[in-house]
Write a protein that binds this ligand. Structure first.
Ligand SMILES: Nc1ccn([C@@H]2O[C@H](COP(=O)(O)O)[C@@H](O)[C@H]2O)c(=O)n1
Ligand SMILES: C[C@@]1(CO)OP(=O)(O)OP(=O)(O)OC[C@H]1O
Length: 162
């Protein structure tokens, strides 16, 4: 059986916060604001997986009103979400993501992001793709006010036939 899901997230860029995207801390003058570490890419990946499982979104599993998730490491949240997929017998088919950011430049960090996501999902790196795009200076991302990410995932579940 195949299950697909998609995820989308946005976080504001502000001074005085680290810029953590895809589990990588990127040197930049601003960082992403959130209750957790605000890792916009890992949030989109987590939401895509929860969508494929029909289990809502990360706000439902990790409420931003719960102090337990203050400054939470989004990689830990993703690992928890992947556990929900694993316990239902799913493995990763593939996952494709896009980071939407005018700045900073993501390209140098994409291989490391890809490896981190693949490791968290117990999958080969070849099953994970991460891209980046600017918005040609248009909109909130183009003005540098925030960064968005979107992901689409395909999960595979073995069906045992008798
Ligand atoms: N924050 C970003 C945005 C884009 N890139 C890379 O630059 C290439 C060109 O982007 P366009 O928006 O002009 O299509 C794109 O292929 C990305 O790989 C980036 O590294 N960081
Ligand atoms: C991750 C959580 C929980 O700490 O908080 P944020 O970092 O604010 O992220 P968001 O994508 O707004 O929603 C999910 C949250 O509940």
């Amino acid at each position: 059986m195949i299950a697909v899901g998609q995820g989308f997230d946005v976080h504001q860029l502000v001074e005085g916060r680290p810029c953590i995207i895809g589990g990588v801390t990127i040197p930049y003058e601003k960082g992403l604001l959130g209750h957790s570490d605000a890792d916009v890419l890992l949030h989109a990946v987590s939401d895509a997986i929860l969508g494929a499982l029909g289990l809502g979104d990360i706000g439902r599993h990790f409420p931003d009103t719960d102090p337990a998730f203050k400054d939470a490491d989004s990689l830990k949240l993703l690992e928890h979400v992947w556990g929900l997929a694993r316990e239902r017998g799913y493995k990763l088919g593939n996952i494709d993501s896009t980071i939407i950011a005018q700045k900073p430049k993501m390209a140098p960090y994409i291989p490391e992001m890809t490896e981190i996501i693949a490791r968290a999902l117990g999958a080969e790196v070849s099953k994970v793709n991460v891209k980046a795009t600017t918005t040609e200076w248009l909109g909130f991302a183009g003005r540098g006010e925030g960064i968005a990410a979107q992901s689409i995932v395909c999960l595979l579940q073995d069906v045992i036939s008798s």
